[in-house]
Write a protein that binds this ligand. Structure first.
Ligand SMILES: Cc1cc2nc3c(=O)[nH]c(=O)nc-3n(C[C@H](O)[C@H](O)[C@H](O)COP(=O)(O)O)c2cc1C
Length: 359
């Protein structure tokens, strides 16, 4: 029987993945406090359903930065998806299109952004890391524009990589047949496995990522592209206000799936302060720990336009490639649709703050 929920997919994925790949995908930083918090915080938020509402037709469709999607569940950017299934990012792009979702492709992909766009049947955004040599990032922007990506997602919570001890212990790196596909022309695409005690990924980011990045980078990015720019990794009202001031077109409340600064709040806990600071001026998204339709409902009630899911898509890929990733998205869609009906909120517009009780 096919897995019934995301958690069953996770169990199956663990049994199928090489243990280094599993640790890379599943793991967080330091003591993984935030990684656990991302899940626990959802459990503590209660729903306040309304009854005797006509829920014979529930509509999940919406728009994200003006682009129509079939549901408010998008795919978070994740590197190295060929570790989960040979087709990697191409399988994810097809699954996203089939599920009427939207995929955010990562800078650190194992298929090029052009290959991914070439097979995509739905809308794409491109996630950007800024390199010490800014011309490398600028070329990525040009390529993303040419390939039809509709927005850029600038990840702002990774000036340096968090201490991911599982990867350090494993000497994590890419096996010889895989590389960071977007960088082949720059010669910085190799990220080989190393000795236990160091991580190839950590070495790569230390060598290439610009850790001197400031708010000036947002203006720079806006000046070189007509595409909308979202900032991913906002956790405070102060930074949300600055982001809007600096021209961000959207924000993603995120702690990088508990992989960066440990002991920061769960992203769902950080969301209300950010939506309050933004006050409707730009769209706000959230990711981290979303595993059930009710989690999506809670995020929407707290002001998110849509959510992004990360690891669940990798579990789907690891279990059954494109079909698995699509099934994970369809499971979440079905759970959200049922949750809307049982909460007496048949449309996304009918979801508001009164639907949740915070701890
Ligand atoms: C294996 C893996 C790789 C990731 N790679 C990236 C990346 O390249 N760029 C980025 O902005 N975020 C990356 N993230 C973070 C995700 O975009 C997202 O913030 C997080 O996974 C959401 O939490 P969830 O996995 O609990 O759904 C990665 C996360 C994982 C698990």
């Amino acid at each position: 029987m096919l897995p019934l929920n995301v958690s069953e997919y996770e169990g199956l994925a663990e049994s199928r993945l090489d243990h280094k790949a599993w640790d890379y995908m599943r793991g967080g930083s330091d003591d993984e406090v935030t990684l656990r918090a991302n899940r626990e915080a959802f459990v503590r938020i209660q729903l306040r359903p309304r009854v005797l509402v006509d829920v014979s037709h529930c509509d999940l469709s919406t728009t994200v930065l003006g682009t129509p999607v079939g549901m408010p569940i998008l795919i978070a950017p994740m590197g190295y998806q060929c570790l989960a299934t040979p087709e990697g990012e191409c399988a994810t792009a097809r699954a996203a299109g089939a599920a009427k979702s939207l995929m955010v492709a990562s800078t650190m992909a194992t298929r090029t952004l052009e290959e991914t766009a070439g097979v995509a049947t739905g809308p794409l955004w491109f996630q950007l890391y800024v390199y010490k040599d800014r011309s490398i990032s600028e070329q990525l922007v040009r390529r993303a524009e040419a390939a039809g990506y509709r927005a850029l997602v600038l990840t702002v919570d990774l000036p340096r990589i968090g201490r991911r001890e599982r990867d350090i212990r494993n000497g994590f790196g890419l096996p010889p047949h895989l590389h960071a596909a977007n960088f082949v022309t720059h010669g910085s695409h190799e990220m080989p496995e190393t000795e236990p005690g160091t991580s190839g990924l950590a070495a790569h980011t230390a060598a290439h990522f610009d850790e001197s990045l400031t708010w000036e980078a947002v203006a720079w990015l806006k000046s070189i592209t007509p595409l909308p720019v979202l900032l991913k990794g906002i956790l405070t009202a102060e930074d949300a206000a600055l982001a809007v001031q600096h021209g961000a077109d959207g924000l993603i409340v995120s702690n990088h799936g508990g992989r960066q600064l440990d002991t920061v709040p769960a992203s769902i806990e950080a969301l209300p302060a950010v939506t309050a600071a933004v006050a409707g001026r730009v769209e706000v998204y959230v990711d981290g720990g979303i595993r059930r339709g009710t989690d999506v409902l809670k995020a929407l009630a707290l002001g998110a336009r849509a959510v992004l899911v990360g690891r669940p898509v990798l579990w789907g890929l690891a279990v059954a490639g494109e079909a698995g990733a699509r099934d994970v998205l369809e499971l979440l869609r079905a759970e959200l649709e049922l949750a809307l009906a049982l909460a007496g909120r048949p449309t996304l517009a009918s979801i508001d703050r009164s639907l949740v009780k915070l701890p």
